[in-house]
Write a protein that binds this ligand. Sequence first.
Ligand SMILES: C[S@@+](CC[C@H](N)C(=O)[O-])C[C@H]1O[C@@H](n2cnc3c(N)ncnc32)[C@H](O)[C@@H]1O
Length: 229
Amino acid sequence: MRFLKQFFIKNQPQAAPQASKTSPALCEQAARGFEDVYHSQQPEQLPWFWRDLDPDFISTLQQLGLTQGSVVDLGGGSGTQAVAMAKLGFTATSTDFSAAALEGGREFARQANVQVNFLLDDVTNSRLTTKFDLVLDRGCYHIIAPARRADYLRTVLRCLAPEGWFLFKCFSSDEPARPGPFRFSESEIRDFFGTSLDIVELRKTEFPGAREIFPKALFALMRHRPAHT
Ligand SMILES: C[S@@+](CC[C@H](N)C(=O)[O-])C[C@H]1O[C@@H](n2cnc3c(N)ncnc32)[C@H](O)[C@@H]1O
């Protein structure tokens, strides 16, 4: 836990999308930090735990009229979002670099009696080769060290089917500064993702979880930019 507090930086500079300079050792340290957290606490105790599908994901699926397809949740932790998507009829994959998180997810999937593909994978050095109709990120990007964000983005771009949708949530810079995930303004999200993706929607929201007061967050709906003919 102490490591995680040190790893999360209160006021971060926004990184330009550039090749990774972060050492593999730092990434391994981050993974170990999350592994310790998932080992030492029940999933329900974690501040980001939300058993049901995130309300912003629900409203977006309704808005897009999506009821089936393939979905991957990047940094999906205990797999609640992938399990919820599988219950709706989607073919769901959940990745994380914490084996303990995935183990918790397998248990949720077993209890819900649904099939979810749980994959041990570092989003900044991903082994994923499949394309998905939907890519979800609920609180993974806001953990990624600035120097690895370009690697993260490459994974998203590679996983996203040409007509696919990317549903994204992160902490907002409206959230008070304290140890925790990185926080982003709307213009920072536009500057970073808007270079490679079409941002169809970007708005303020909350990050529902185990805390009494939900942190202030941003939600974005993105897709590949259509190729010019
Ligand atoms: C704030 S938690 C959110 C978990 C999950 N998305 C949810 O909503 O319950 C962030 C998750 O990202 C995972 N994570 C952080 N960096 C990662 C990386 N480089 N590759 C894969 N997973 C990562 C952590 O292990 C953790 O499960």
